[in-house]
Design a protein around this ligand. Sequence first.
Ligand SMILES: Cc1cc2nc3c(=O)[nH]c(=O)nc-3n(C[C@H](O)[C@H](O)[C@H](O)COP(=O)(O)OP(=O)(O)OC[C@H]3O[C@@H](n4cnc5c(N)ncnc54)[C@H](O)[C@@H]3O)c2cc1C
Length: 415
Amino acid sequence: MFGFMLTEEEKRLAEEVRDFVKQVPRQMLLDMDENRVHYPKEFIKEAAARRLLGLRFPPEYGGRGLGWTQEVVALEEVGVLGMALGCLYSLVSIVGEAVNVFGTPDQKERFLLPTVRGELGCAEALTEPRGGSDFFGATTVARREGGNYYLRGQKRFIVGAEGADYFLVYARTNPEAPPHKGISAFLVERGPGVKVEYLYGLMGTRGGGAGRVVFQDAQVPVENLVGQENGAAAIFYQMMIPERMTSAAGAIGLARAALEVAAAYSTKRKAFGQKIKEFQGVSFKVADSLTRLDAARSLVYVTARAVDAGVDGGTARRLVSESKKFATQAAWDVVNDAMQIMGGIGYTSVYPVEKYLRDARLALIWTGTNEIMNLIIQHEYYRSLQAQEAEKAAAFRDVEQDAAAAGDREEKVYE
Ligand SMILES: Cc1cc2nc3c(=O)[nH]c(=O)nc-3n(C[C@H](O)[C@H](O)[C@H](O)COP(=O)(O)OP(=O)(O)OC[C@H]3O[C@@H](n4cnc5c(N)ncnc54)[C@H](O)[C@@H]3O)c2cc1C
């Protein structure tokens, strides 16, 4: 972490989280990885007891009223526990964001407060078997009858399918409307009509209870509609901030842990009569890894500060997507190099690097694949380019005219 960039308060928070992370039982991590534990409620309860969940939410709902910057400081520390616990920790921030920003006072009392206190476990149900990237193509439907909605459809890969008490579910409420204007978000409690039909065998990130959840005319009272009917696009965009920032910051923590293990090993392990860190092939990997992590951290911190400062939606979306893409790719490269530094023993369960590698691979895929991040980054950039064209013409040097033959208009052919 960048201690020198943090305020005293942020440094104290990092210490507090490190203290929490230290006491997490090793056996819990092993049991999760062996699929002996599917949803470690005691982890959530302990984090809540230390008031470390939902840091950004107002104190009346159990939070500390902190900002995004403080949250990424905390997440980097939690990240060293691996992606499954990082995810369970983050879900409070992700689902909580929807309720905190768009929910009614009653929803905040019934859902946000007990979630931040660790009394209720939450999950988010966006992805469907037909595809996660095309979120607005959702086919789960909610039809209203009197004071209730009835949800029908299924969601796939839902962390907390096993274990969570309620789900934030997106469903189509107006099939005639364009996708962005026909989806609503609901708080759906586990109960009749909500079934877990499949638990996935995962390469890594195990122990989060990831499964397929089927809604068979699940009855949801109108009081559990979040925000406006058909207005869930705004909720989705808002939730993607914590969704992707927590992925980014958590991945940095995970990769930091891998690098620490590998670097320590390189100071002890000998080959050809010398410590392997004396070989450039090894020490330069450490240098590259540090550079990648510091660059990722810089981008993630700047993005968090930008969102804290209230930057416009398009810029926030671009920066958040860049952070998610860059930090998760950096994490993957760092963990992969950590394994390479350690040679064969890195591939075994004698060191945790093989688990970090299995975990880190998911970061490139979930919370929006890195290809989808590219889609958003270029989209927001081109949009801002158009919007700023007139402003730019007045304020900036027209560099295109600096070419020797800039005036040869007949050569500037575009079609
Ligand atoms: C272990 C795990 C836990 C998860 N947890 C949750 C959770 O708790 N809640 C939840 O809702 N979801 C969760 N997800 C789902 C995850 O977010 C999705 O898997 C992810 O968004 C990708 O969706 P998909 O798997 O359907 O892939 P698809 O959307 O089918 O994409 C397949 C490939 O096509 C590419 N692609 C698709 N569209 C484009 C495009 N326009 N341009 C370029 N490339 C494109 C993708 O990048 C990808 O490489 C989880 C997934 C896993 C594996």
